[in-house]
Design a protein around this ligand. Sequence first.
Ligand SMILES: *Cc1c(COP(=O)(O)O)cnc(C)c1O
Length: 566
Amino acid sequence: MQAENNKKLIAYFSMEIGIDPSVQTYSGGLGILAGDTVKSFADLKIPAVAVTLLYKKGYLLQRIDEEGNQLDLPYDWEYEKFLKPLKVLVSLKLRGRDVYLKAWQYDYNGASGFNVPVIFLDTDISENHEEDRKITYFLYGGDEAYRLLQEAVLGIGGVRMLSGLGYDSLKKYHMNEGHSSLLAIELLRNRKIENINQPETLSDAIDRVRNMCVFTTHTPVPAGHDQFSYSLVEHVLGDYISLDILKRFAGSDKLNMTYTALNLSRYINGVAKAHGKVSRDMFPGYSVDSITNGIHSFTWVSDSFKELFNEYIPEWFNDPYSLRYAISIPKDKIWKAHMKEKAKLINLVNSQNGNKFSEKIFTIGFARRATAYKRPDLVFTDIERLASICSLHGGMQFVFSGKAHPNDYYGKELIKKINNLSVQLRDKINIVFLENYDMEIARQMVAGVDLWLNTPKRPNEASGTSGMKAAHNGVPSLSILDGWWIEGCIEGITGWAIGSVADDGQSSDADDAESLYDKLEKNVLKTFYRQHGPWVDIMRYSIAINASFFNTHRMVQQYVTNAYVY
Ligand SMILES: *Cc1c(COP(=O)(O)O)cnc(C)c1O
């Protein structure tokens, strides 16, 4: 194994990785992106190893009670069934104690069998103090100190574990978001900077570390970046590194994980073109490129479309660019494949709480993390208006899903609001909220609805990826022009825009709702019910134009040429 390990060139670090629906170590977009990235690394035979934490108690199991409240239940999952234990132990000093780390490995084998391992770090071992055993229990659980402990285990512990496992020829360390940026400090420390007094020599060391580091930022708002007070840093890390040196690249008042990553990376990128620009404005003085996110095509194409693509574009599964030839798949075949997936989703919905959804009715899907800026309730701004649009043509029905972070009070209020509306509006509009949004529910929803809705408040959506999953299944989007949709939307061809990018930034909720109703009424419903041929054209263009580009194969190839090789 050691010999194999030392051939890996890229180490990919992420606080969460969603690689398999059964491996409950992800909460949402960031983790799914990381998992899809690993899969494309493997399919494209990019020699990489990924590092994350083993969350034995997962993220959260969501249940909705009678009043529509989200209940946060623990998610114990059978990690031993999916991961294999590795024999190496490494340690780091946290809160004055030695904390030992064990690792578990998930093997992802790509299209031609090439392996990319995912290493899950685990502190829950008998060598450790009771308190330290809990460090890797929960994803995004606990307080600030817990978070810093986890980020230290990921960044510092991760580098040590890779070295312990024999990964000794790594050329690049890729930080997927700033959570793992202590890895760059560890790389600096390995160059023994503590003993270097001449500033030139330290700057040489920094230069060498920067050549090894790649940073992808995902957060378009300043509040989204992790920061820790230096008193907490001293409490957790002790004398790991002198604060004088740390403050040179981590921020003068607080340890800012984003600034640490920005200052110690040669290549930095945002996750869509517009997000690159937002990041350049937010971090003046840094050179920030953009590589637009994608999704792993083979993971997110439903069974019915897999069958169809296998028949017409057999090379598609490891060459998603070839999905452009979807343009020549007969329209009736596209429609049939869609209706099969729609029937499955409607069955799932109707198997719960006496729902009466129909396959004949236009179905809108909305699913993602429930949080204020995503505005899942925007479509309910004017319920009279919505009900009147529903009475046009053949009507509409809605499928919602999404978890709120356990501490996101407002996100939970949104979930309650939608659940309560689904009851109140029962006689007017069919609305269902599916519990416990995860990869499996996502897979069924993105393929089974007729339209994918996304209504974030600009410019908060760095990229968004669920609409890309829908496009892979011939499902067009109706979305705010933010994140990837600025690049993916060709009005009336791949879907529709809500609002415009021209009204720079601050459109009001009311304006956005007005535009949403207007598009539904004048464009979307009319096309769906009255112009079947043109509707299926839009489905085909969603695949040919958007799936062929918004995939992680293209994204990973851009990382290779722009970030990894220079
Ligand atoms: C794709 C996915 C997301 C991300 O959706 P966005 O539209 O980018 O917010 C979140 N959760 C799950 C389970 C997903 O599959």
